[in-house]
Structures are given as C-alpha cells and as structure tokens.
Design a protein around this ligand. Structure first.
Ligand code: SF4
Ligand code: SF4
Length: 385
C-alpha cells in the first residue's frame, strides 16, 4: 500500500535541491500557519478520501472528508443556516480517524467538525433519533434505555471491569466469559454497581453538556470504588476515560486499559500452543486510530495458537465496521450496514471465524451475517485457555 507522504516525495522527485527545499518549506509553513483547520480541510483536494469508509461506500461529494468540511465552513461563515438538512452531512462521520492516517496536516475530520456539531445542538437542530438517545442517557444512563436484568458479579476487588452499554444490553454472555477469563488470570475483578454510559455517544453527536454531566458522574463513581485499575471491552469507552475525562471531568485516579492493552500486559500467560483452526481479525478504528494501538491486537493474537489470517486493511490501514461514532447508524442505518458489508466481504474471504475487540463491531458483524462466528477477544482467549 502507498504511504501518507508519497505525494510529497513525488513532488520532489526530479527537481533541483533548491526546489525541493522550497517545496518542503511551503508545506511546513502551510501546516503551522494560515487559515483555520476547517478552512484548510475544505480547500484540500480530498487527499484522504480513498481511506474514508463513508466516502468509499456513500460516494457523495458532501459526505466526503473535505466535502463535510466545506459544509462546516459555510455553516461557520453563516453562508448556510443550521438546520437538519445542512447539518446532516456533518453527522455522516464514523469518528474512525481513518482520514488522519493520510492527512498531511494530521487532521481528523471528526475533530475538526466538532464545534459545528456542538453549535447545531445549541441552536436546537433536532434529529429525533438523537433525542431518543439523549433521553435514554439522561434517564437511564445507558444509550439503549433501561438496562434489563443482569447477573450478579463481585462488587469489590482490584480490577474494575467496565462492561459498557452494548454488552450489558445485547450480549451479557460476553460479560460472563470475560469475568471467567479474569478468574483464569488470577485477577480479582469486579463490576461497578450502578455503572452508566461513559457518555461518548453524546459527545460524538455534539451534545457536550450531556457528555460532561455523564463524565462527572462516572468519574466520581469509579474514583470512589476499590479499583486499582480499570479494564473495558469498548475502545470508545477507553478513549473517553483516558483522553476526554481529564478535560471534561475530575478525571480518573486509576489507570485505564482497553482489553487488548490488558491482554498485551498478560501476554506471557497467553502464549498458547499451536493448534488447528484459523481466525481473522478486525481491529476497531478507535483502538488503532483513537488509542494509537496500531499493532497490539495482532501481537496478542499471534499468541493464540491459531492460524492468523491478516486482512489487507489492518493496522493503521484498518477499516470501520460501519457502526462507529453513533451518528451514522442512527441517522442512516442503510449506509452503516453497507459499510459493514464492505468490511465483512474482506474478512469472510479469509476465515469464517472473526475476532474483534469492540462490542459495537461484534454486534454489527454477527447481526448482519449468520454465516460467520464472531468473537470478542476476551471471549476467544477464555475459550482457548
Ligand atoms: S482530513 Fe486532511 S487529507 Fe482529508 S480532506 Fe481534510 S485536509 Fe485533506
Ligand atoms: S473520521 Fe472516518 S468517517 Fe469521518 S471523515 Fe474521517 S475517515 Fe471519514
């Protein structure tokens, strides 16, 4: 696969040293000065478009990375009004960060357009799908509304396992398997009574006030628990606790690890013997691009003893499952599902056993296709150990 700065290398090939020097200086000057980020992105010839899952599958100009920034710039300059129709393209973003891997300015469109998404909420732009989600978060502290009956687990210990909305609502079996894995690894793991959503769905949709409220509540609960360490199955939760909570709440007093990071620490215990069977893997975009874990999942899986089939789009070139970032799946389910198909086509060609490390990816893959077996990484290791 080509690399991010290949275009600059091309520009510089076959020209004099002086021209090379002035090209690099122009580029660096443009990077550190000039107009605002949204304007720079709006003026870009969409250099990351080929890596944006929305662009690849939707194929529209207004939802391409630079296209969204053009809409954002026009909203900022009051050329366009904040209303549902104009804000819609800005919400067609998976917050996957795939653009950042190709952007010469190191932009992530999702971050660039947050101020406009926030402004749209302040101005009362009303998507009914968001209203339902905000109400569920306010009233029940879960993105899915009232959580059903849950199994009892220890409520005190050293490792706090934060289960997340998705598994609590849709796949409690994985919670069970994860707690079993902790036990096999001799860990005194517990769950948080009254666990609530980390709040990132509200953050992604632009409702910063609600995110802040949820972040403060959860930070207080976690800090009051007996936890010495927090482990979560959801990369978006880990990203929120680690990267966003210090800015929007009192922050956490304990270390936060995503399950893959935790298993990386335990790699010595997971060095399993070679056995038959193959598995392929889907690296969640928030793990790779958000938490910067570009090789960790593959490294951990190399120890599984299974034959590991490596997807073409892996590591920093990973692809979104289609359900990242909350907003697309709520406003345009069809598009999320098509992106999911696109990714599954690639994975299914390698193995019918797929392992991932994100509750949303897992649900999306297994819900859309009955012909594959989809595992969470903790569930897989629990089975193998
Ligand atoms: S994110 Fe970077 S590469 Fe992508 S369109 Fe914007 S400026 Fe261009
Ligand atoms: S964050 Fe993902 S979906 Fe959003 S513009 Fe970038 S690549 Fe596209």
């Amino acid at each position: 696969m080509p690399d991010k700065m290949d275009w600059l290398k091309d520009e510089m090939s076959g020209v004099s040293k002086l021209t090379q020097f002035s090209t690099v200086m122009k580029f660096l000057k443009g990077k550190v000065s000039g107009p605002s980020d949204v304007v720079k992105c709006a003026m870009c010839p969409n250099m990351c478009r080929h890596a944006c899952p929305i662009s690849i599958v939707d194929g529209k100009e207004t939802t391409s990375p630079a296209g969204k920034s053009r809409v954002g710039m026009m909203l900022e300059n009051e050329v366009l009004r904040f209303n549902e129709e104009n804000v819609f393209p800005l919400q067609m973003c998976l917050s996957c960060g795939c653009c950042e891997n190709w952007c010469p300015f190191d932009f992530s469109v999702s971050d660039i357009l947050r101020p406009q998404r926030e402004e749209s909420i302040k101005q009362g732009v009303d998507f009914k799908q968001f209203d339902e989600m905000f109400k569920a978060l306010e009233m029940h502290g879960s993105v899915h509304g009232k959580v059903g009956k849950e199994k009892n687990y220890p409520e005190e210990g050293e490792v706090l396992y934060l289960r997340g909305c998705e598994f609590r609502e849709n796949d409690q079996r994985v919670i069970d398997k994860t707690m079993q894995l902790f036990e096999k690894l001799d860990e005194s793991a517990f769950v948080l009574p009254g666990e609530e959503c980390c709040g990132i769905p509200a953050y992604n949709a632009g409702n910063t006030a609600l995110f802040e409220e949820l972040a403060k509540k959860m930070a207080k609960k976690i800090n009051m628990s007996s936890a010495k360490k927090v482990v979560t199955s959801c990369p978006s939760c880990a990203y929120a606790y680690e990267r966003l909570y210090p800015e929007f709440s009192q922050g956490l007093d304990v270390e936060v690890l995503h399950m893959v990071e935790y298993l990386e620490e335990k790699k010595r215990l997971l060095n399993l013997e070679k056995k038959g069977g193959s598995v392929t893997f889907h690296e969640p975009c928030k793990l790779v691009n958000g938490l910067g874990k570009k090789k960790s999942m593959r490294d951990v899986l190399e120890n599984s003893g299974l034959s590991l089939k490596i997807p073409r789009r892996s590591g920093e070139k990973t692809f979104c499952c289609g359900y990242g970032g909350t907003t697309v799946s709520r406003l345009n389910e069809e598009l999320s599902s098509s992106i999911n198909e696109e990714r599954l086509k690639e994975l299914k060609g390698l193995s019918k056993n797929i392992v991932t490390a994100c509750p949303s990816c897992k649900e999306a893959f297994q819900d859309n296709h009955g012909d594959v077996k989809v595992y969470d990484i903790a569930e897989l290791f629990n089975r193998l150990l």
